[in-house]
Design a protein around this ligand. Structure first.
Ligand SMILES: Cc1cc2nc3c(=O)[nH]c(=O)nc-3n(C[C@H](O)[C@H](O)[C@H](O)COP(=O)(O)OP(=O)(O)OC[C@H]3O[C@@H](n4cnc5c(N)ncnc54)[C@H](O)[C@@H]3O)c2cc1C
Length: 375
C-alpha cells in the first residue's frame, strides 16, 4: 500500500457527492465541451509521480471565464470536488482526483490579452504556456524569465508558485505576478489587485492565491512582469571535488553580489545520467551550470569575477589536506587557528574582489552615463 493510500485510509474525510446529477447537468450545459471518456479522464490525472493515478469523473474543457464560473456553480450545487488542470506537469500528484470530481481543463483559455512593453507587463489567460508567451514577446525585446523546465501553463505555474533555474536572479512566480482574476468556490469572480505597486489594503490576496494549488479559486487571468531580453547570455560549467565545495562556491557568488541569472547543481549521479542519456562527456564530478545575463561588458565582468572567486576556492580546497596534517603534528588548536586564518584570508579576498567588481561596475555605469549625456 502506498503512502498516499495509507493517508487516505486513515483519513476520516468522507467525501460524498451527487456524481450522477453533476455529470447529467454538466453534459446538458457543456455538450461536446464535457467528456467522461476513460481515455480523456486518464489524460487528466497524475502521471509523473510515484503516486497511483486517481481519475476524475469527467473533464470540462473551459473556453472562457463564464465556462469556469458555470462549472464551479454546478459542482458547488452537487458538492462535487473540482480540480483545475494546466498541462499536468506538476510533480507532486497535484492533479490527482483523490475523491473523484470534475477536472477543469484550462488549455483552451490560451489568449495573450495585452502586452505593455513600456510598463513591462502582460495580461494572459491561464492556459498560455511560458514558451508560447516568450515566442509572442520576441519582437518586443521582452521576455518572461520563470522557467520550471517543463513547458507549463502560466495558470499552473502561478498555482504552484513555480521557480526554476532562473529564480536566482528573477525570483519565483510570487515575485512576478502583479494581479489575478479568479473564480471563487461560490462562483464569484474577483480581481485581487490593480497594477499599482502599493495596491493592497489588508490581505494581499495575490500572494495568498499564488501557490495555493487550486484550493482557493480558479485563476482565469494573470498580470505578470516582463523583463528586457539581455543583450548577452553566457553560460559556463565548473566541476568540484564535492557537493560541499560546489555549495560553498554558490554561497560565495551570492554573498559577493554577482547577479548570476541561473545556477543549477548536479551531483555525480546526475552528471552520469546526463552523459548516458545525451551522449555527453562531462567529467563525472559534482557540477555547477551557470548563466550570466547583461550587456557585453557586464557579462564579461561577471564571468571574470566568478573565475577569480573559483580560483580562491580551489586554493582553499587544495589547502585542506595540509590543514589535516597539521592536526596530527601540532594538535587540534593549531588546526582551528589555521582554518580560521584561511577563512579570514578567504573573506578578505572576497571583500577585495567584491570591491573591485563593484568599482568596475560603477566605472562602466559612469562611462555609460557620460556617453548618454553626450547623446
Ligand atoms: C522536467 C520537469 C522539471 C520541473 N522543474 C521544476 C522547477 O524547477 N521548479 C518548479 O517550480 N517546478 C518544476 N516542475 C514542475 C511543474 O512544471 C510546475 O509545477 C508547473 O508550475 C506546473 O504547471 P502545469 O501547467 O503543468 O500545472 P498542472 O500540473 O496542470 O497543475 C498544477 C497545480 O495547479 C493547479 N492549477 C492549474 N491551473 C490552475 C488555474 N488556472 N487556477 C487554479 N489552479 C490551477 C492544479 O489544480 C494543480 O494543483 C518541473 C516539471 C518537470 C516535468
Amino acid at each position: 500500500m502506498s503512502v498516499l493510500e495509507k493517508e487516505l485510509e486513515i483519513s476520516d474525510f468522507n467525501f460524498e457527492f451527487n456524481k450522477k446529477d453533476a455529470v447529467t447537468e454538466l453534459t446538458k450545459e457543456f455538450g461536446q465541451q464535457f467528456s467522461i471518456s476513460k481515455s480523456v479522464r486518464e489524460q487528466h490525472t497524475d502521471t509523473t509521480t510515484i503516486h497511483p493515478s486517481k481519475l476524475p469523473d469527467g473533464v470540462v474543457f473551459a473556453e472562457n471565464e463564464i465556462d469556469v464560473k458555470k462549472t464551479v456553480e454546478i459542482c458547488q450545487k452537487f458538492k462535487c470536488p473540482i480540480i483545475p488542470f494546466g498541462v499536468g506537469s506538476s510533480l507532486e500528484g497535484h492533479v490527482n482526483a483523490l475523491y473523484g470530481g470534475i477536472s477543469i481543463d484550462l488549455n483552451n483559455m490560451n489568449k495573450i490579452l495585452y502586452v505593455s512593453p513600456e510598463d513591462g507587463y502582460a495580461v494572459v489567460q491561464p492556459g498560455v504556456t511560458r514558451e508560447q508567451l516568450n515566442i509572442y514577446l520576441r519582437d518586443t525585446g521582452l521576455f518572461f524569465p520563470i522557467d520550471p523546465g517543463a513547458n507549463a501553463s502560466l495558470g499552473g505555474m502561478t498555482s504552484t508558485n513555480a521557480s526554476g533555474t532562473n529564480a536566482v536572479r528573477y525570483g519565483t512566480m510570487k515575485d512576478n505576478v502583479i494581479s489575478l482574476k479568479c473564480v471563487m468556490p461560490n462562483g464569484e469572480i474577483i480581481k485581487t489587485s490593480n497594477r499599482a505597486k502599493k495596491s493592497s489594503a489588508g490581505y494581499d490576496l495575490t500572494r495568498l492565491i499564488v501557490g495555493s494549488e487550486g484550493t482557493l479559486g480558479i485563476i482565469t487571468e494573470i498580470t505578470i512582469k516582463l523583463y528586457g531580453i539581455p543583450e548577452v547570455i553566457a553560460g559556463g560549467r565548473v566541476t568540484f571535488p564535492s557537493i560541499k565545495d560546489a555549495t560553498e562556491a554558490v554561497i560565495m557568488v551570492i554573498q559577493a553580489g554577482i547577479p548570476v541569472a541561473r545556477i543549477e547543481l548536479l551531483d555525480q549521479e546526475q552528471v552520469k545520467a546526463c552523459n548516458n542519456y545525451s551522449k555527453l562527456n562531462l567529467p563525472e564530478e559534482p557540477l555547477l551550470l551557470l548563466e550570466f545575463h547583461g550587456s557585453e561588458s557586464s557579462v564579461k565582468e561577471q564571468s571574470e569575477f566568478f573565475q577569480r572567486l573559483y580560483q580562491i576556492l580551489v586554493e582553499i580546497i587544495l589547502s585542506g589536506p595540509q590543514i589535516m596534517m597539521k592536526e596530527t603534528s601540532s594538535g587540534k588548536q593549531d588546526m582551528t587557528l589555521i582554518m580560521q586564518l584561511n577563512h579570514v584570508n578567504l573573506i578578505l579576498n572576497i571583500l577585495l574582489l567584491t570591491f573591485v567588481y563593484q568599482f568596475q561596475g560603477y566605472q562602466s555605469a559612469l562611462k555609460n552615463s557620460k556617453r548618454f549625456n553626450k547623446v
